[in-house]
Design a protein around this ligand. Sequence first.
Ligand SMILES: Cc1cc2nc3c(=O)[nH]c(=O)nc-3n(C[C@H](O)[C@H](O)[C@H](O)COP(=O)(O)O)c2cc1C
Length: 220
Amino acid sequence: MNILHIDSSPRQQSHSRQFSAAIVEKLLGVAPGADIIRRDLGADPLPQTVALYAAALASPATLAAPPTGSLDLSEQLIQEVEAADVVVIGTPMHNLTTPSVLKAWIDQVLRVGRTMKSTPAGKVGMLRDRPVFIGVTSGGFFTGECANQPDFLTPYLSLTLSSIGLKTQQFFPLQGTAFLDWEQASVARQTLLAAIDLTVVPSPGDIHTSSALPADAGGR
Ligand SMILES: Cc1cc2nc3c(=O)[nH]c(=O)nc-3n(C[C@H](O)[C@H](O)[C@H](O)COP(=O)(O)O)c2cc1C
């Protein structure tokens, strides 16, 4: 089994990194031999959308004949998703939504004609569904009785993932980190992860992965 492990915090000692690592540890408990494909967007940010890529995505005609090299990074990132049986994302909330580094990843992975179709009824995913576990951390509160801010992260990330076909999602919000020390955060994390549903993790007989990883994927 392959696990695509994505982090998006800019800092190394980080609540969302510890959260995603704890989710991966849980997955390794049920799939001990799993391989990890690492995509550390915080430590190794993707470039912001460049002119060549925007030119390729400008119209059906440009997508059919994209400028040379314009889709290379997008293709590499999509192949990492395709090679994964399970995806794990650690993300802090930054100004009510995802950090810009995660948005940059989304901009490369959501591509009409490759990972989704645009139809009159909306976007239809072209990738096989696989479970996605998302550990979200926020300094304040966006759900529950203490909530004092809207949440544009969860609905946005949920919709973007499902628009490419990744519909089996589990979100775990660890809120109020501004008021927790590391030990308290660890306890809160374990409490949230007690609810993780690992029955969605494919068993060895159900694994469909056949795509080869891009040559320089992994180890980030
Ligand atoms: C640029 C920036 C924007 C932030 N915006 C929010 C926000 O809108 N709401 C919130 O609750 N916390 C916000 N925070 C706090 C982080 O969500 C919180 O510290 C989180 O636990 C950080 O996760 P990390 O330790 O993985 O980086 C923000 C932090 C940064 C650096």
